[in-house]
Ligand binder design. Structure first.
Ligand code: ADP
Ligand code: MG
Length: 339
């Protein structure tokens, strides 16, 4: 017999988890993105010990059909794409079918889910990726996924988590970005029984900005809007008087996905030019709508990097949008009646 063997699925999943599940915040991101893809209106995230003891995401989305619940835990199993052509027209946040098997392989995972067309729901429990229990559940539309004892079987990863405070701020950051990306969804983050963030889900981005950055900051943000044949740019940017010491307060969204992109960040800063001091950065939420053909999200497992065709054109459009808003009679504070 040769020396090369094919790894069993559990081990393969654990290896993939190394990339997809870097830290508790990665689990929160994947679970909440699944809830968004399921068409949820309300998503509640509960965490204990910065997610290491418990991460629980409850949604009111479509749910998972009985026969699909165990399939969802398999590697590369997804309901979101079918063919390679679909890879070039992705409209969902997920598509790799990696998150659930990866998370399951390094935790104790419970899925409780039901769909409208079935009589009862399903409850599945898995430990270290192995299903230990599968039974029917009283119907309650949507899905609740609990991840307990994350990294219990990967001691090296657990050791790498140094500060619970830092992990908590990663989680808050993820929920903030996803809330900014989806003002039409109500998000609640509950940490150790205390509500950290709650958004209304009424579609008003300004209100989400106020919930996250405070009302006085939101009052110093102005709307931007621009489009050309390929892109539609909208959102809010801060007046030059409102800045921060780092660029973490800039949120770039492409088709509802939070992304990191150095060139687009630069375009924003160029529009501010010498209106702000060197080393200071604006607050901004910039949402870009684009034909999925022009954005390749299949660059990295976490999908935060996107390769853009026509990047220079988009940079110019962003510069123009930000610049024209900043050049308008800017210092008249608008009333924010609804906050
Ligand atoms: P992906 O999101 O890339 O498809 P995941 O491993 O994250 O892969 O999820 C696998 C599948 O499980 C999804 O394609 C979806 O069909 C189903 N699923 C996961 N979470 C939810 C949820 N909260 N609501 C409904 N379906 C879900
Ligand atoms: Mg997913």
């Amino acid at each position: 017999m040769g020396k090369i063997i094919e790894l069993n699925e559990a081990l393969a999943n654990q290896i993939a988890a190394g990339e997809v599940v870097e830290r508790p915040a990665s689990v929160v991101k994947e679970l909440v993105e699944n809830a968004i893809d399921a068409g949820s209106h309300k998503i509640v995230v509960r965490i204990v010990d910065s997610g290491l003891s418990l991460i629980e995401v409850t949604d009111d989305g479509s749910g998972i059909e009985k026969e699909d619940v165990t399939v969802a835990l398999r590697r590369h199993a997804t309901s979101k794409i079918k063919s390679s052509e679909d890879l070039f027209r992705i409209r969902t946040l997920g598509f790799r079918g990696e998150a659930l098997p990866s998370i399951a392989s390094v935790s104790e995972l419970t899925i409780e889910t039901s769909v409208a067309k079935e009589e009862s729901g399903t409850k599945l429990i898995a430990k270290g990726g192995k299903i230990t229990s599968l039974e029917p559940l009283a119907k309650r539309l949507g899905t609740k996924i609990s991840v307990a004892n994350l990294f219990y079987n990967t001691p090296a990863r657990l050791k790498y988590i140094k500060s619970l405070q830092a992990e908590l701020s990663h989680i808050t950051d993820i929920i903030n970005r996803l809330s900014l990306a989806h003002p039409e969804i109500s998000f609640t983050l509950i940490n150790e029984g205390r509500t950290f963030l709650q958004t209304a889900g009424n579609g008003d981005l300004r209100q989400v900005i106020a919930a996250i950055y405070g009302i006085s900051s939101a009052k110093k943000m102005r709307e931007i809007k621009a489009f050309d044949l390929d892109f539609e740019v909208s959102g809010y940017v801060s007046l030059p008087e409102l800045t921060r010491a780092n660029r973490n307060y800039i949120t770039l969204l492409i088709n509802g996905r939070f992304i990191k992109n150095f060139a687009l960040n630069r375009a924003i800063l160029e529009a501010y030019g010498n209106r702000i001091m060197v080393g200071r950065f604006p607050l901004a939420v910039i949402s870009i709508k684009i034909d999925p053909h022009l954005a390749d999200v299949n660059v990295h497992p976490t999908k935060q990097e996107v390769r853009l065709s026509k990047e220079a054109e988009l940079m110019a459009l962003i510069r123009k949008a930000v610049n024209s808003t900043l050049s308008e009679g800017v210092l008249i504070p608008e009333a924010l009646e609804n906050l």
